[in-house]
Write a protein of this length. Structure first.
Length: 386
């Protein structure tokens, strides 16, 4: 019996040793990264509590003008907001029309001024800050990424063909796995989201799968843009540029930008703010049509419905959408609208045809109800029917 037990323990030890060795290899030797993948698993709206952050100050806070007219929104939604929104996991809703506050709502246990993670709406913030640097003459959309990150060209000369515009429009040709499967550790999404040193990983890990031009939703791209921005301006995106933006739009509350242990921001998913202040970002598309950001976004309104390399829809829901300048484009009606979409139900819709901005933030676990594109299409309908 003792011999059998010893053999069994040896076998178990061998399996554990092999598993640990496999994890170490697949994680590139970054055990801390591997532990975060194992311990946290799927991303969550609570991740802002364990990730580090820097604060973006609200330098010139201004309240939204207007009065609460939530009845107009409820008529478009077909019911009271509690019954319509709570079932889908919504936590906040803000509706702005003609630059005036129409409605703001918060779920029980939440407040309208609560800091909420943007997830991929952060990509829109990244595109906006990059546009401001371009407008200031600090960089150009035609710059090859290797102008600012020559280390990429040292690894693969094809990186020199990728411009900043290719990256912000998600057409760089860099491969990325949006949906991750076992064994996780060596795949794109967790490599970005749980990185120990995101800047180093962003320089070392991306690989090219095709020439620029094909749409591939990609979390490496915003972080490559963040490194380029840092080298062009001398500051991280979470620094003076973000503070100036937050003051210029009149944000009422300080924001956060989640950062890794080296202080480098998660440009693809790390911005944290309140629903009313996210609405101010959307309002820029309507109020400042001559800005570089609004101009490039307006051009994106005419982008075709995106597909992957096989020609199939990219898998973000049944709503036909284009993509450009850090924004999705809703092509489900005769009048396209902008949508910024973040995981776990973070949605901002900007509808130029009705001069309306709708921000709906959500919580983990909504996915069994609907998808972000479907939420965006519904909010677009509300804007048209209000």
């Amino acid at each position: 019996m003792k011999r059998v037990m010893r053999v069994g323990l040896v076998a178990i030890a061998a399996v554990i040793t092999s598993a640990v060795a496999g994890v170490v290899v697949l994680s590139g030797g970054d055990v801390a990264f591997a532990w975060r993948v194992i311990s946290h698993g799927e991303s969550s709206t609570n991740d802002l509590h364990w990730k580090g952050h820097v604060t973006v100050a609200a330098g010139d806070p201004r309240s939204w003008p207007g009065t609460d007219r939530c009845n107009d929104v409820q008529r478009a939604a077909g019911g009271d907001l509690d019954s319509v929104l709570l079932a889908g996991g919504a936590t906040q809703l803000v509706v702005i029309r003609d630059g005036q506050l129409v409605c703001q709502w918060a779920a029980p246990g939440h407040s309208i001024d609560e800091l909420r993670p943007a997830f991929s709406i952060s990509k829109t913030i990244t595109a906006l800050l990059l546009s401001r640097a371009v407008a200031a003459g600090q960089m150009s959309w035609d710059d090859p990424i290797t102008k600012w990150i020559p280390e990429l060209g040292d690894r693969d000369s094809r990186f020199a063909r990728i411009t900043l515009a290719d990256l912000v429009d998600m057409r760089s040709g860099i491969e990325f796995q949006v949906v991750t499967r076992f064994p996780w550790f060596n795949q794109g999404a967790p490599r970005v989201y749980y990185a120990s040193d995101l800047q180093s990983a962003t320089i070392q890990d991306p690989r090219i799968s095709s020439a620029p031009g094909v749409f591939t939703y990609n979390d490496w791209a915003p972080n490559l843009l963040g490194i380029a921005y840092q080298r062009a301006t001398g500051n991280l995106m979470a620094g003076p540029g973000a503070t100036a933006l937050w003051a210029d739009i009149g944000a009422q509350k300080p924001a956060w930008w989640l950062v890794d242990g080296h202080g480098f921001p998660w440009h693809e998913s790390g911005f944290v703010a309140t629903a009313p202040d996210f609405a101010r970002v959307g309002e820029l598309l309507l109020d400042d049509p001559n800005s570089d950001f609004a101009h490039r976004s307006a051009v994106a309104l005419h982008t075709p419905v995106v597909s992957d390399e096989s020609g199939a829809p990219p898998g973000y829901g049944s709503v036909p959408m284009g993509y450009g300048n850090g924004l999705w484009i809703l092509h489900d009606t005769a009048h396209p609208a902008y949508a910024a979409l973040g995981y776990h139900g973070q949605v901002m819709v900007v509808d130029p045809s009705t001069d309306t901005v709708v921000v709906r933030l959500g919580d983990s676990g909504y996915e069994n109800v609907t998808s972000e594109p479907q939420i965006a299409a519904e909010l677009e309908r509300w804007a048209r029917e209000m």
